[in-house]
Design a protein around this ligand. Sequence first.
Ligand code: PEP
Length: 242
Amino acid sequence: MNKKTIIANWKMNKSLAKSINFAKNLIKNYYETDNNIVICPSSICIHDVLKIFSDTNISVGAQNCFWADRGAYTGEISAEMLHEIGVEYVILGHSERRTYLSETNEIINKKILNSLENNLKVILCIGEKTRQNNNINSIFTDIEECLKSVPKNSFNDIIVAYEPVWAIGSGVSLDPENANIICENIQEFVENKYDFCNIKTIYGGSLNPENSKNFLNQPKIDGILVGNASLDLNKFIKIISK
Ligand code: PEP
């Protein structure tokens, strides 16, 4: 099996003490895996979590960043700042930010361009809102708008996270075979449109220790993005273990 990327999105769930505790226990109980593991804590916990993982092959990601390097943007954190402290990844375009903070594809595009310029790897989240609205063309439009003006040599640093919004936090996931087909469609779209082969595509939405292997075994699914189940150490260890 190819190396897969397993990303934990803790959202706004773990305090500093809980983040530190999880990170330390993850290392203690961690079985070596060939997969890439990326933990995305709340921004105020990133620095401490990074220090704990410094001698491991576990990477740290942010859940958001701003589109400018610095300036009068009260409350924001830049990709430049994240990169300076050792953050490798940033999640952009998550449906919760689109819903609660009105992030548009235009805003996400500006954040993607700035993140790539600052050498962060981008995890771009896209996915249909309802089960009925599963028109693949709307996903392609989102990708096109979010990746506007991205240079071809940056595509290696982009992971497209296909997350059907209806599956996020609902306890109902898409079936792995269909998720594999959508990931394949996304790869073909990117190849035709941007002449870039095999963009990394991952799946997210109600994954757990029972169903995650079925997704990781799919040939076109390069990894998974895990929300709820990544908050529980035992569940997460089961997900990342072979
Ligand atoms: C997510 O929010 O990206 C996600 C996949 O959440 P959950 O695993 O809880 O559905």
